[in-house]
Each structure stands twice: as C-alpha cells, then as structure tokens.
Design a protein around this ligand. Structure first.
Ligand code: ATP
Ligand code: MG
Length: 278
C-alpha cells in the first residue's frame, strides 16, 4: 500500500469516528427566494447588491460562461454531478475548497464549481471567499466590493451589505478583504461561528462554498474545515507533491472528503478535449 493510500485510509477512519455539531444564531434578510411550481428558484435580490460581471473578462480569466469552451464547462458539470451525488446522499450543504499549496487552482475551482452548481434551477449558491491572505474571488468575477468579510468580523458590518450577486442567477458572493489582524484568529472567532451558523441556516436550498488559503502553509483551512460539511481537495497536475498532499489530507482527516480535483491537466492528457469537434 502506497503512502498516499495509507493517508487516505487514515483520513477515512478518522472521519468515521468524529462529527462536528451545528451552531446557530440570528438571521438577516438577503434575498426573497421565489420558487416556481417546478421547483425553479428565481431569487429577487432585495438587499444584496447586483454587480454584473463582464462575460468577456470572465472568459479571459478562465471563469465559465454559457459561451465558454463546452469541453471545459462539461468538466465542471461532471465535477458538479459527482459531488452532488455524494452531497445528496450525506445531506452535505457546504464545501471547503482547499489544496496543499499555493496557486494550485482553489479559487478558480471554487468560482467555476459555484457557477456550475448555481445553473441548476433548484438551488442557490453562496460563494464565501474565506481566503483573507490572498482574496481573489471578486478579481476572478471582475466585480467591485463594498464592505467585506473581515469588516463583518471586526467591525460588525451587516451581512446584507457584504453580499454581491454577480449578475448570474442564484449565485451570491461574500468577499474576503485583507485584514490587518491575523486571519486565523478571525476565522476562529465567535463572530465567524455566528456568521457561519447564520448563512447555513438561512435558506434550505442553498449550497455554500468556502474558498481558502493553502492548507499546509496556514491554519486558516483547519478552522474553515470545521464550518464546512465536507472538503474538496484540489491538486495541481505535475506540481503538487505527494508528501504535501498526504500532509494536507491528514490536516482535514476529521472531516468528510468529497474527493480530489486534479487541476491543470495538459490538453493531450484529457480525453474530453478530443471528443467531437473539440
Ligand atoms: N484549470 C486551470 N487551467 C488553467 N489555468 C488555471 C487552472 N486553474 C487555475 N489556473 C490558473 O492558475 C493560477 C492560480 O489559480 P488559483 O487562483 O485558482 O489558485 P489558488 O490555489 O486559489 O491560489 P492561492 O493559493 O494563491 O489562493 C491562476 O492564474 C489561474 O488562472
Ligand atoms: Mg486562491
């Protein structure tokens, strides 16, 4: 058995032994969700800012739009379908996207998975940028931000003022910002616990995705893992080292692992690119 298989087994065993309980707190309105007769949700953004993302800019940054390279959109839809099956079976509503090291594709995966999930008319998605080391979700989406996560945690900025709809139906973004305080302390704070309880409880049809900093460099991901129902590990093809992946998996071994995304696989290694005219 390889070191990686052993680490996965240890992670599986630890997950079977422990479980974190929910935390509850106050509620504030963000949107009015309108559900049609066929279960189609069309939220009306009463409090949430709407800031339309420019589709050409999204494409340049690798963010999927309806016109994006179909093979790539399909890769994310495939990921969505695989995750959904596990999430429905286990009742998971929130996912932490993480990776062992920097620049492995956490944020792009978080953004594109959030978009892919929000295209399903029966759910809404909240994408929380919890990477206060290198916040990048608003940059990927090309949207401007007002008050951000750390200001909610340190200055009590109201949640309803933080949220942004990037002009895509059923998707809301909570931007991070870069605090002067130590981010891990903020993520461990009672204010963060209250926020997570609040966003988790608010809408039953909502999936929450947390973007995060590298797992092996900072403790932030360990705190965030406590808040998410399950973890999705991103691995960069040809770059992520096996030992770093083992270490990262061990760090979150008490949380359910949804799976691992092998990111940035070269075109000639990926069968989907050779399908049909693509
Ligand atoms: N599948 C992909 N194909 C091509 N480029 C990608 C892919 N995934 C990520 N990238 C590029 O790699 C760089 C890092 O991606 P991303 O910002 O998602 O990584 P990250 O893990 O969030 O980084 P950090 O640790 O700094 O937060 C970006 O320039 C992004 O555009
Ligand atoms: Mg990132």
């Amino acid at each position: 058995m390889s070191m990686l298989e052993k680490a996965l087994n240890r992670a599986r065993q630890a997950r079977q032994e422990g479980k974190a309980g929910p935390i509850r707190d106050h509620q504030e309105p963000e949107t009015v969700s309108q559900t049609g007769s066929e279960g189609i949700i069309n939220p009306v953004y009463t409090h949430t800012k709407v800031c339309r993302a420019d589709h050409a800019l999204l494409e340049r940054r690798g963010v999927i739009t309806p016109d994006f390279h179909p093979a790539i959109v399909e890769e994310y839809n495939l990921l969505r379908a695989k995750l959904e099956a596990i999430m429905i079976k286990n009742g998971f509503k929130s996912i932490l996207i993480t990776s062992p090291g920097p620049e492995e594709g956490k944020t792009l995966t978080a953004v594109n998975l959030a978009i892919s999930l929000s295209r399903e008319a029966s759910r809404t998605v909240l994408l929380v940028d919890a990477d206060m080391r290198n916040p990048a979700v608003t940059e990927y989406l090309g949207i401007s931000k007002g008050p951000v996560l750390f200001e909610h945690l340190t200055k009590d900025a109201p949640l309803k003022d933080l949220l942004i709809n990037p002009g895509l139906p059923r998707l809301t973004v909570l931007p991070a910002g870069t605090p002067s305080d130590y981010p891990a302390d903020l993520l461990a704070s009672p204010a963060m616990k209250r926020l997570v309880a609040d966003i988790k409880d608010r809408y039953p049809e909502r999936t929450i995705i947390f973007d995060s900093p590298p797992l092996t460099a900072f403790s932030d991901g360990l705190y965030l893992a406590r808040y998410a129902d399950a973890v999705l590990m991103v691995v960069r093809s040809g770059v992520t080292k096996e030992n770093d992946l083992i270490h990262a998996l061990e760090n979150v071994s008490d949380r359910p692992l949804l799976g691992t995304v092998l990111n940035r696989v070269k075109k000639d290694q990926c069968a989907a690119y050779s399908y049909g005219k693509y």
